[in-house]
Design a protein around this ligand. Structure first.
Ligand code: FAD
Length: 414
């Protein structure tokens, strides 16, 4: 074995796993991290609770990703399936539970406990962890990287695992540093854009801030609807957030570069327009003097419904029996697709992940090895991978990190 170390750049989920795997196999490993903490993004994941991974058969987990991404991470996920990270954590005392939707969280603990356990693995494996050690670039010798340059001086490297993550939540240390380096080493960087992110709307309805719509369908439209997501939706001071919004944000980011995108929300996804009409007419027959606002009550929070009626120009006190067909249709169409207006921006820095990154075509999915630099391995969010909310992104980072660490070990061993 060469005595040159595996140098891992970035101590996020991917970097921690890569460093641990290479070190347990016997390689000397140096883990370089810009911030003063390990797993800065794990610490803020799942609102501080950490949605560790997603439960269920691997093929179901893979289906949550876009087909090209699923194809790429499939070998890594079979080498490091979702139950392995759970086993690693639970064998050291963390209790976990699985939500009905398959998301796995610590039961009592938090993301801090997850990171503490991962730290214990690294220490035991003898990884040389260097915090507050920002990497600034690489020194090349032929087709290899010979040194990793840091603010604390150069570090000689037998193999390099590059896993500096994306560029959202820049305060957590992820400022997209790895992409220009990967580009200068020959890699194509697929345009990066926001995913799993809040959306700002052109028309701000500040009085709706804090309103949550439960189990609605949010749609993004240009000439026709191109994306939709069912779940909860939260109104913010400048637009929207919550699961529905995060769910469509990547598609909206992609479409908005071509033409304006409008959003609409269906607050009664289980009822068709015809069923709503029947319900309206039946209620009007039995309660002719009741107000339209009263009939609407079960369909959402009062503040939202009040605002909706106002925007649809329907007086809240219109008696049910005196609602003209045209007005009734306007109201029911509003329930089935209330226009929220045009998207101003999808907020990349507030996204849980960034879509785009190092092109998957130029990285070997079996090893995570770069096609251009023989001792470079790439893993985690630096790659062009962005799964949905649900523990998928940490799973992808852990699995690709595990494989990168193993491959880096194989290289320095030979
Ligand atoms: C608010 C939020 C909540 C999330 N919740 C979840 C969740 O519950 N479940 C889930 O699956 N996913 C979640 N994600 C996504 C998930 O955290 C990421 O996809 C995952 O952490 C990516 O892992 P990574 O190792 O590739 O990158 P990161 O975890 O981002 O790690 C990259 C590391 O590289 C370091 N670094 C960057 N530049 C340099 C440099 N120049 N020198 C040295 N070090 C450097 C960074 O400081 C960072 O520590 C969430 C993300 C956010 C922002």
């Amino acid at each position: 074995m060469s005595n040159k170390p595996v140098v891992v750049v970035g101590a996020g989920a991917a970097g921690i796993m890569a460093a641990w795997r290479a070190a347990t196999l016997g390689a000397p490993v140096i883990l370089l991290e810009k911030t003063n903490r390990l797993g800065t993004k794990i610490l803020i994941s799942g609102g501080g609770k950490c949605n560790i991974t997603h439960d269920g058969p691997l093929e179901d987990v893979l289906r949550a990703f876009r087909p090209n991404e699923a194809r790429f991470i499939r070998p890594a996920c079979y080498r490091f399936p979702n139950h392995v990270i759970v086993d690693m954590l639970t064998s050291r005392g963390l209790e976990v539970y699985t939500r009905p939707d398959g998301r796995i969280f610590p039961t009592h603990g938090t993301a801090k406990d997850v990171v503490a356990i991962l730290r214990s693995y690294l220490r035991e494996a003898g990884v040389d962890i260097r915090l507050e050690c920002p990497v600034t670039g690489f020194e090349r010798a032929g087709t290899e990287i010979s040194q990793v340059l840091t603010e604390q001086g150069p570090v000689e490297a037998g193999a390099v695992v590059l896993c500096t993550g994306g560029s959202s939540y820049p305060n957590s240390g992820t400022t997209g540093d790895g992409w220009p380096w990967a580009r200068s080493l020959g890699h194509r960087i697929v345009t990066t854009m926001a995913a799993l992110a809040p959306i700002h709307l052109r028309e701000m309805r500040e009085d709706w801030a804090g309103i949550a719509l439960r189990d609605c369908v949010l749609r993004g439209r240009q000439s026709k609807a191109f994306t939709q997501w069912r779940g909860d939706l939260l109104f913010t001071h400048r637009g929207i957030s919550g699961p529905c919004c995060l769910g469509i944000s990547r598609e909206v980011s992609e479409h908005i570069s071509q033409a304006p995108v409008a959003l609409e929300v269906d607050v009664v996804p289980d009822l068709s327009f015809e069923e709503l009409t029947e319900r309206f007419l039946a209620y009007a027959k039995e309660n002719p003097r009741r107000q339209v606002a009263t009939w609407l009550e079960p369909f959402g929070p009062e503040r939202f419904l009040e605002g909706m009626l106002k925007e649809l120009e329907i007086p809240a006190n219109t008696p049910m029996a005196q609602t003209p067909t045209k007005v009734r249709n306007r109201l029911l169409n509003g329930l089935k697709g209330f226009p929220l207006g045009a998207v101003r921006e999808v907020i990349l820095p507030k996204g849980e992940v960034v879509a785009g990154g190092v092109s998957l075509d130029e990285v070997n999915p079996q090893t995570m090895q770069s096609q251009f630099v023989s001792n470079l391995f790439l893993c985690g969010e630096i790659l062009d991978i962005a799964g949905p909310v649900g523990g998928y992104n940490l799973q992808a980072a852990f699995a690709t990190g595990f494989v990168a660490g193993e491959s880096a070990f194989e290289l320095v061993r030979s």
